[in-house]
Design a protein around this ligand. Structure first.
Ligand code: SF4
Length: 274
């Protein structure tokens, strides 16, 4: 086990396979890593930690790196769609030095229909390879969390403005892009002052509409986000907690937000409510 400058434990592993069959709107998912230094408090993938040794520590502090991932992607014909990634962010901080995602992309069949979703502008480093794919799209998660809210919810991820700039650059390079607006939390998808969701979503759309082909929205899944997240939300943002923890109030919020989304005159792929 090694520790990088960012104090993330890196555990090198050899994977049996790099293409995992999935039901996540794709045929396969590729996870160059398991675990994620972006360390989002609401991360829905943290259930994976249950099947890892307790010595690894808390989700967000360790990452398994598939050292043979690039080799496993080599000389494989891929029929269908490939999604990157589901139990990590392929462009999390350690990718900068390890470059496993880049090496996998180098070896991946360029005929594969590839969809990448990330919170990091590090994806821009690989534009040269991304452009080699015949069918590719890149999504950036945008949610407008800044300051205290971002420090609590996404301490290791780049700022939203960097993500928006990444969308702009990808678009300029002719790559299909989308904004994954998630997690939508009442009162918090908003300005630093904590404006209402309505205003916050409008702001996100205004800042991104020239750089994306479509939008994908996802409401917070309180249960999936876990107990610790729920406790923090209740303590730090009681009004948000009050809404998401009450079936009637949350449904009302979701219905109103859906209405608002339909008024934006944008292309929407899906609005996910768990
Ligand atoms: S970027 Fe995604 S995978 Fe990484 S911690 Fe955040 S939610 Fe989890």
């Amino acid at each position: 086990m090694e520790e990088s400058q960012s104090m993330i434990k890196i555990i090198e592993i050899k994977a049996k396979e790099i293409f995992t069959k999935t039901k996540l709107e794709a045929d396969y998912v590729i996870n160059p890593y398991v675990g994620c230094g972006h360390n989002c408090l609401y991360c829905y993938a943290k259930f994976i930690a249950r099947w890892r040794p307790i010595e690894y520590g808390k989700w967000g502090t360790w990452v398994e790196a598939k050292i043979n991932g690039p080799e496993l992607a080599k000389d494989r014909k891929v029929k269908g769609t490939v999604f990157m990634s589901s139990i990590c962010d392929a462009y999390q901080p350690i990718e900068k030095e390890l470059k496993f995602t880049r090496k996998i992309l180098e070896n991946l069949d360029k005929n594969a229909k590839l969809s990448i979703l990330t919170k990091s502008d590090l994806v821009l480093r690989d534009i040269d390879i991304l452009k080699q794919f015949k069918n590719i799209e890149v999504g950036l998660t945008i949610n407008s969390f800044i300051g205290k809210t971002k420090n609590i919810f996404e301490p290791g991820a780049p700022e939203n403005q960097q993500r928006i700039s990444a969308l702009q650059r990808l678009k300029e390079q002719g790559i299909k892009t989308y904004a994954f607006v998630s997690p939508i939390i009442p009162e918090l998808i908003a300005s630093p002052a904590g404006a209402l969701a309505k205003e916050g979503l409008q702001d996100i759309i205004n800042k991104t509409r020239n750089f994306v082909d479509y939008y994908w929205f996802e409401f917070l899944n309180l249960r999936g986000a876990g107990k610790e997240f729920a406790q923090v939300l209740q303590k730090e943002f009681p009004q948000s907690y009050k809404i998401v923890s009450n079936e009637i109030l949350y449904k009302d919020f979701i219905d109103k937000t859906k209405e608002e989304i339909s008024s934006f005159n944008i292309k929407v792929r899906e609005i996910v409510k768990h």
